[in-house]
Design a protein around this ligand. Structure first.
Ligand code: ADP
Ligand code: ASP
Ligand code: MG
Length: 439
């Protein structure tokens, strides 16, 4: 029988009502057999995530301050979930152990991981599934990477023993035997490893939006969800700021060719977004998504005939290397070249670096332009469709916005434009409206 792995994010498990929705989703299909919960997240805007309460408890303990208050909030969150669900479950002994361990100097990773651990125990009781600790399944090497061999061996053993299980997200076991977490948002990674480990047919990632949206909902009002996106497109979009899924969550399932389905716990009938490997998959629009970020600068270099000069780029690059600065893009023409760099990475040295580059290549002119936003228009359909770039440029021009930079990736998967930061919002909206007019 095909089987599905489901990961539920913090907002999907923020209170008893959300736990009930999760249980209904799992029970709706017999294939939904391995479930990865996050720690309870925010119930409302100003609420605090259980994970943050645990970080706060640990920080207070390290300072030798009392952490009863923060820890009591953790206990209260879980106790009210258990009571509202009507479960005959008592976590007192677990709370005591965790409190004692934090008091006695347990690591910050241990403290932070307990949100997922407890959430897993509650969800396992609710579903009547076995609880299997992630520290007995996911192993890290000395260097902190996932130890694939040990990990997937453990999953092989797991599937022989349990045909269903709840496995807490966010953590595993370090080489020294202690608990180690992934970086924040890391339950997405656990879900991906579990999906690969049990050879799932699909990895369902349940969150609070009906899929990966075409663009950032904080910049464009009510953008529509993407129905299908490839792993490579997703990577381009995520790199430019579209974050729904932890970026390290893609690798394990991509290697095993398991699609990810982003779904909404609060709208379970919505098909959400399917993330797949196949770059040739049909797409209804030439554009899959639009993502963007503020905070970039360009070092713009002009020199007649630079394209004929052997070693020109290397000389310019060696200045960046000397200052330990990496660049994001390098659009170039016959007599011009521009290094696009994150303004933060210049650490206030932008003018100096520009001057040094000017000297190193004997430029006719060098200019530092800061206050730039980059917008990536991404789509696997772009290779075949003609005139996409023209549509982007004219949409932006119609909004009276000046394009400062254009770069088309060699993969023809994206076109990147640079605009002044104060034009960012309007440019994103103009591009969105061009390709996704209101029906
Ligand atoms: P979870 O707690 O389920 O892991 P996250 O908060 O990590 O959920 O991720 C979901 C959030 O990502 C959404 O609520 C939304 O605010 C944000 N987000 C940012 N960019 C996008 C996008 N392009 N599409 C959908 N959601 C996005
Ligand atoms: N609970 C952890 C966090 O808040 C992990 C996760 O939610 O994925 O970062
Ligand atoms: Mg998340």
């Amino acid at each position: 029988m095909s089987l599905k792995v489901l990961k539920f994010g913090g907002s999907s498990l923020s209170d008893a009502h959300q736990f009930q929705k999760v249980a209904a989703i799992v029970r709706a299909e017999e294939e939904r057999r391995y479930v990865v919960p996050s720690a309870p997240g925010k119930r409302y805007d100003n609420d605090t995530k259980v994970t943050d309460l645990l970080y706060a408890s640990h920080a207070a303990a390290v300072k030798g301050e009392g952490f009863d208050e923060a820890f009591a909030r953790v206990e209260k969150r879980f106790n009210s979930i258990i009571a509202d669900l009507g479960l005959a479950l008592d976590l007192t002994a677990e709370f005591d152990t965790i409190r004692r361990n934090i008091q006695n100097g347990a690591s910050v990773d241990y403290a932070a991981s307990r949100g997922e651990y407890l959430s897993g125990i509650v969800l396992a009781a609710l579903l009547d599934f076995p609880f299997v600790d992630a520290a007995d399944l996911i192993f890290f090497t000395e260097s902190g990477a996932v130890d694939d061999e040990r990990t997937y061996e453990a999953f092989y053993e797991l599937t022989k023993k349990h045909d269903r299980a709840v496995i807490p997200g966010f953590y595993g076991r370090a080489a020294d035997g202690s608990v180690k977490t992934f970086s924040r948002g890391g339950s997405d990674i656990t879900g991906s490893i579990v999906a690969r480990g049990v050879r799932a047919s699909i990895y369902e990632n349940w969150t609070d939006v009906s899929g990966f949206l075409v663009t950032n909902p904080r910049i464009v009002e009510n953008p529509r969800p993407i129905d299908v996106v490839t792993f490579r497109e997703l990577r381009e979009l995520a790199y430019m700021g579209a974050s729904v899924l932890h970026e390290d969550a893609v690798l394990p399932v991509k290697a095993a060719n398991i699609p990810i389905n982003i779904r909404n716990t609060n709208e379970p009938d919505h098909p959400g977004t399917l993330i797949i490997n196949n770059i040739r998959a049909a797409s209804s629009s030439p554009i899959t998504g639009i993502a963007g970020k503020r905070g970039f600068s360009i070092i713009h270099i002009e020199k007649d005939g630079m394209n004929k000069e052997v070693g020109f780029t290397r000389r310019a690059l060696s200045v960046l290397e000397k200052h330990n600065v990496s660049f994001e893009h390098l659009p170039s023409g016959i007599d011009t070249m521009g290094f696009i760099i994150q303004t933060e990475a210049l650490a206030g040295q932008g003018e100096t670096i520009a001057r040094e580059i000017g000297k190193a290549v004997d430029a006719d002119e060098v200019e530092l332009i800061s206050g730039l936003a980059l917008i990536a228009v991404v789509g696997r359909g772009m290779v075949r469709a003609k005139g996409i770039a023209a549509r982007i440029f004219s949409a932006v021009a119609r909004a009276n916005i000046n394009i400062r930079m254009i770069d088309q990736g060699s993969s023809e998967l994206n076109i990147i434009i640079g605009v002044d930061e104060y034009d960012f919002r309007s440019a994103m909206n103009a591009i969105y409206a061009e390709f996704f007019p209101q029906d």
